[in-house]
Design a protein around this ligand. Structure first.
Ligand code: 5RP
Length: 221
């Protein structure tokens, strides 16, 4: 099975967790694109969606799925999103697609975070995938210096602006042994909007696509 087929498989599996007659939170990325395409088949059974990126919002609308502003939604029972890396503790690195800030906001509102990945994303320790950090443009050099003090090798994502008009520094060379601590520390640097560690609000359920089928792993509390 190709990687894309695995993504499509896990995306279809996530439909089982969508709550009927409610608004569903939708992340971004290629796995989520499969989820949006699958969601179209049951669009009559949901109220609509909140999207974590402009690209996801466009795709939802093309399928005729109503897209709500997060501020107009009181409850979000489920949020479905992918990840660049995920651990057994359901801590994640996200933001490969640059949508980390809105993803973190929607995840914060959602009652349940369902992470959908192919098995290549499961890692023992986070950090091999360069950690994205969204930065206010005027703070780029300052944040870069602070990140280097923490042992990272930040690289400016070329020709790229986030949906919020900011920059991304992709941080190479980190071994993230304590994800909740580093997440908080990075967010404390003046000029950082968000970083791509999702550990303080981890996923609740990981659906992992393998050639043998989809495995479900629930977060231990
Ligand atoms: C975007 C993300 C995505 O969830 C992450 O990059 C995974 O993407 P894909 O499903 O394409 O592998 O965090 O900001």
């Amino acid at each position: 099975m190709s990687r894309d087929e695995l993504k499509a498989l896990v995306a279809r599996e996530a439909l089982k967790h969508v709550v009927e007659d409610a608004v569903v939170g939708v992340g971004s990325g290629s796995t989520v694109n499969h989820f949006i395409d699958a969601l179209a088949a049951i669009k009559g059974r949901i109220e609509g969606a909140v999207a974590a990126s402009e690209a996801s919002a466009e795709r939802l609308k093309k399928h005729g799925i109503r897209v709500f502003d997060l501020n107009s939604v009181n409850e979000l029972p489920v949020y479905v999103d992918g990840a660049d890396e995920v651990t057994e503790h359901l801590h994640m690195v996200k933001g490969g697609g640059g949508a980390l800030t809105r993803e973190k906001i929607v995840a914060a509102v959602a009652k349940q975070f369902v992470c959908i990945c192919d098995a290549s994303k499961l890692v023992g320790v986070l950090g091999k995938f360069p950690l994205p950090v969204e930065v206010i443009p005027m703070a780029r050099s300052h944040v870069g210096r602070e990140l280097r003090k923490l042992g990272a090798h930040p690289e400016l994502r070329e020709h790229y602006r986030t949906d919020n008009g900011n920059l991304i520094l992709d941080c190479h060379g980190l071994t993230i042994l304590d994800p909740p601590a580093l997440e908080a520390e990075l967010n404390n640097i003046a000029g950082v909007v968000t970083n791509g560690i999702f550990a303080r609000r981890p996923a609740d359920l990981l659906l992992l696509a393998t050639p043998e089928g989809v495995q479900a792993r629930r977060r231990k509390r």
